[in-house]
Design a binder for this molecule. Structure first.
Ligand code: MN
Length: 570
């Protein structure tokens, strides 16, 4: 049931009351595209409903613009709808106050996001749903605003959605921003693929019943099926890797089947590959081996009727929801456990670990829990200890999020940006304040590293850095430093004198022996007395390491033509 249907059916329910309250508050307000403003907040709430959010979040979605844009105050909201909803609305209002203007604002924006996530992840869900609808109606805004909002969406919101494992949303946001940011590329792509999309889709429609028949014969019934057209933005990224040749993209449109259980997915794979031969190397088992971003599904590309390539994707409902909604899906599936956990105020910006690590670990824990028959309370406790264990997220002035172990310092941070930044670090600014390089960073800290060229790391750093990356780089730089010091020792000038019985190539043998010891030859004076069978030679050399000379003399003595050899410092 949609939010609107719920509200109409049960006007006295929380959703019903929130719906009518928001509708009244926004009465008469119009958006730039001429639609009532209420349509926007309702669309936001409907999205939250589709993400399986709880009622408080959906109500807060309906109220997200109320404090900002109407005469309703936070106090009034609190009195009528309680602390929890007022808190969520306040969080969204705070987040909305930051506007994206270039790199610095990006960092600030991300910092606020991380704070919001650590306070209550639901605030970020509301903001994402709000942004999704704003992007869908972006055409109505003036050009300059379109660009700014599209850029902010691509760089901040899509990135945050991605971190939260909400790939589908992240892709959709990128796709909505694409035509505003790269109008020419977007147009070129559209011209290239529009017909191709249509043709492939029509083809899939003709073969879908054939697959359904095959599944039926195998006794498998899919819960649902749909066509998944590849998004323009991700298609463009892929084309860059395929010489811009659309014909080489087999998954332009894929056919997707959703099943109840994992064994059904595999059985369906067998049935389909029985029907048409799979393209060698194109059966992808992302169930046994999920993608690094945690995506799970079975893919097969088959050669269908008329020799055309078709990609078919098979997955369970839970996998599908997780692929689409990321962490929001877990919210739904494990509501009682995770809901409590996320609602807790924690200084741990850790909750952003919400990202990949989070999902992966969660899955491991779920499996462990089933195996060991762990109770839910115990599960939450062990989970907290384990994942909130040791990660923090700090931000660069350009807005890049750096993921570090707890206790990491600005030096660790610096080496994660670049070796040169680490080696050259002389100080750090944390949230704008100069702080020592051994300060333990906290999640959400914005860190700037002050550097000096040709500065070398200090040995003391090894006492406080936490990452092996920093340790390795420091050690390497220290070794380098020792080497340079050695080289800088003043060179000693030496003169080697020899008496020998000459033969062809002997002087070359002598100079080779000296050069191999890294002693630098400056001059060589040969003097032969006519009539005598002996020649003598004085070789002017330079070395920073006098210990090498004795060795060279010994080696020279071994040459049988040499009668006498010695040296002196000059
Ligand atoms: Mn809004």
């Amino acid at each position: 049931m949609t939010v609107e249907e719920t509200a109409k059916k049960n006007p006295n329910s929380l959703i019903g009351r929130a719906y009518h309250f928001a509708e009244n508050a926004h009465r008469g307000q119009k958006r730039k595209n001429g639609e009532p403003h209420f349509n926007h907040v309702l669309a936001t709430a409907e999205t939250l409903q589709q993400w399986h959010m709880d009622e408080a979040t959906i109500a807060a979605g309906l109220f997200h613009d109320v404090v900002e844009d109407t005469s309703v105050t936070e106090k009034e909201l609190k009195e009528k709808f309680g602390d929890e909803i007022a808190f969520l609305v306040d969080g969204v209002t705070k987040l909305s106050k930051i506007k994206y203007r270039g790199a610095e604002a990006k960092a600030e924006n991300l910092r606020k996001m991380i704070m919001a996530i650590s306070e209550d992840l639901r605030v970020v869900f509301i903001k994402l749903a709000d942004r999704l609808h704003n992007m869908k109606t972006l055409y109505a805004l003036p050009l300059a605003k379109q660009k700014r909002i599209a850029l902010e969406t691509s760089e901040i919101y899509a990135a945050v959605a991605y971190r939260l494992g909400m790939w589908e949303l992240s892709g959709e946001l990128q796709d909505l921003a694409f035509p505003y940011l790269e109008p020419e590329k977007h147009k070129w792509l559209k011209d290239q693929v529009e017909e191709e999309y249509d043709a492939r889709r029509k083809y899939l429609e003709t073969i879908k019943p054939l697959i359904e028949d095959a599944l039926k014969r195998a006794g498998i019934k899919p819960l649902s099926s749909d066509f998944r057209a590849k998004r323009y933005y991700s298609l463009y990224q892929k084309l860059l890797r395929y010489d811009m040749d659309v014909k080489r993209i087999y998954d332009l449109v894929a056919l997707r089947f959703i099943f109840k259980t994992v064994p059904e997915c595999y059985a369906a794979l067998g049935a389909i590959n029985n029907l048409w031969p799979p393209l060698p190397g194109r059966i992808k088992d992302y169930i046994a081996m999920p993608k690094p971003n945690n995506y799970r599904s079975l893919h097969t590309t088959v050669i269908g009727p008329d020799g055309k390539y078709v990609e078919i994707q098979l997955r369970t409902k839970e996998m599908h929801d997780e692929n689409e909604f990321g962490i929001a899906a877990h919210w739904f599936y494990k509501k009682s456990l995770l809901g409590d956990l996320f609602r807790k105020k924690a200084p741990l910006g850790e909750k952003l670990a919400a990202g990949l690590t989070w999902l992966r670990q969660l899955r491991e824990w779920q499996e462990k829990r089933t195996e060991e028959g762990m109770g839910s309370e115990e599960f939450v406790e062990s989970m907290k200890a384990d994942f909130f264990r040791d990660r923090i997220f700090a931000i660069t002035p350009k807005g890049e999020v750096i993921d570090l172990p707890a206790g990491a310092t600005p030096v660790d941070f610096a080496y994660h940006i670049h070796t040169d930044v680490g080696d050259g670090a002389i100080g750090s600014k944390i949230n704008g304040k100069i702080m020592p390089l051994d300060t333990a960073l906290k999640s959400g800290d914005m860190v700037e590293i002050l550097t000096q060229k040709s500065k070398k790391p200090s040995e003391d750093w090894l006492k406080f850095v936490r990452t092996s990356m920093a340790k390795d780089h420091i050690k390497a730089a220290l070794r380098e430093k020792k080497k340079t010091l050695l080289q800088k020792r003043p060179a000693s000038k030496i003169e080697i004198h020899l008496t020998f019985q000459n033969r062809l190539g002997l002087t070359k043998d002598i100079s080779d022996i000296i050069a191999r010891s890294h002693i630098h030859i400056r001059s060589m004076n040969l003097s032969g007395q006519s009539g005598s069978k002996f020649s003598s030679c004085r070789i002017g050399c330079e070395t920073t390491d006098k210990s090498k000379i004795e060795k060279v003399i010994l080696k020279l003595k071994k040459l049988k033509e040499i009668k006498e050899v010695g040296y002196k410092l000059v």
